[in-house]
Design a protein around this ligand. Structure first.
Ligand code: AHM
Ligand code: MG
Length: 341
């Protein structure tokens, strides 16, 4: 018989709230609403293989109606789940160019939500894991009217809550409010997220690296050297490392969180700021991994300290076990020094 307590996400959130008598319950309700959206998205993702039978292609169907794409659907579900709870003053999503206002008929709250509704959606047809990523801040604009772009452009260390949902061989809701990282697995038969991975800690050093190696020729010389270093044989430092790359950030970072190692999406000569988005991809993942004891860097500084300038800006990312992230930073700094000499 297992010794783990039977703890639903709802119950966990309520128990946490009770520990803080001054808590208004707003954040708890926000998390519960996110969990509902996650269940709905998970249900649709699980039906993705049936697109030819039930629709969802992004094309026009035989009746001339446009069938919605899964990432647009996920965006809409999150918006619908979050717009009327009374806890948000503004939202932003990868799927929407501008900030998203709360409809005027609903109450406003003091929190700000940024999300990537369905990251890695190009992997859907191959049945590869994908995910939703979210980030919550407290508003900084004065008053209690609608939130502003300034509320959305806060550095990552100001996040109050961050997390992701991975739609994989099972669906998991992983989040942190800044002290611990917990993972809840969805039991689809009862429709509840159950605490399956309490207090996740990332190993201090790993033996897996994760990067799109097809871009090798475009990389920084220090990064090229670092990858060659990981491929050298030295059993004392667990080298050669194994290489794993799913091409779905949530899945690659989730594995890195559990097993250790490093996930990278660097800048290169073609993409000077990398590919991944600071506000709703890099920052929330950095918050989770740092809370679990790891590190997240843009190659030079902590991701969480980068001052954002635009909603959809990109940011290079090196994230994972502390020793591994420090090592890649060292290789890149040494190559820079070499260039200057
Ligand atoms: P998306 O937001 O268009 O889904 O792109 C983000 C995804 C990440 O999940 C993943 O880490 C990366 O793109 C993979 O990119 P690449 O195919 O260049 O390796
Ligand atoms: Mg994305």
């Amino acid at each position: 018989m297992t010794k783990m307590r039977f703890m639903t996400l709802e119950r966990y959130i309520t128990e946490q709230e009770r520990k803080f008598p001054e808590a208004t319950g707003e954040l708890s309700r926000l998390l519960s609403d996110l969990a509902i959206a996650a269940k709905v998205i998970s249900r649709e993702v699980n039906k993705a293989g049936l697109v030819d039978i039930i629709g969802f292609t992004g094309e026009t169907n035989v009746h001339g109606e446009r069938v919605q794409k899964l990432d647009e659907y996920a965006h809409e579900m999150l918006f619908k789940a979050m717009d009327h709870g009374g806890h948000l003053c503004i939202m932003a999503s990868e799927e929407e160019e501008d900030i998203i206002h709360i409809p005027p008929q609903h109450n406003l709250g003091k929190y700000v939500l940024l999300f990537d509704p369905l990251d890695g959606s190009s992997n859907i047809d191959a049945n590869v894991s994908i995910g939703t990523i979210f980030s919550v801040y407290k508003r900084i604009s004065p008053g209690d009217g609608p939130g502003t772009i300034e509320d959305c452009l806060q550095p990552g260390y100001k996040q109050i809550i961050a997390g992701y949902v991975i739609y994989g061989s099972s669906t998991m809701f992983v989040y942190s409010a800044g002290t611990k990282v917990h993972g809840f697995t969805l039991d689809p038969s009862i429709g509840e997220f159950l605490l399956s991975h309490p207090d996740i800690k990332i190993p201090k050093k790993g033996k897996i690296y994760s990067i799109n190696e097809g871009n090798y020729k475009y990389w920084h010389p220090g990064l090229k050297k670092y990858i060659k270093y990981l491929q050298d044989i030295d059993p004392d430092t667990s080298r050669p490392y194994s290489s794993r790359y799913i091409g779905s950030m949530v899945a690659d970072v989730h594995r890195t969180l559990l097993y250790g190692g490093i996930f990278m999406y660097p800048a290169d000569v073609r993409n000077k700021k990398g590919k991944l988005r600071l506000m709703y991809e890099c920052n929330p993942m950095a918050f989770i991994v740092e809370t679990a004891g790891g590190k997240a860097s843009n190659g030079k500084m902590r991701i969480l300290e980068v001052q954002p300038e635009a909603l959809h800006e990109r940011c290079p990312i090196f994230i994972g076990s502390e020793d591994d992230v420090l090592m890649v930073e060292k290789f890149m700094a040494e190559a820079e020094k070499g260039k200057m000499m």
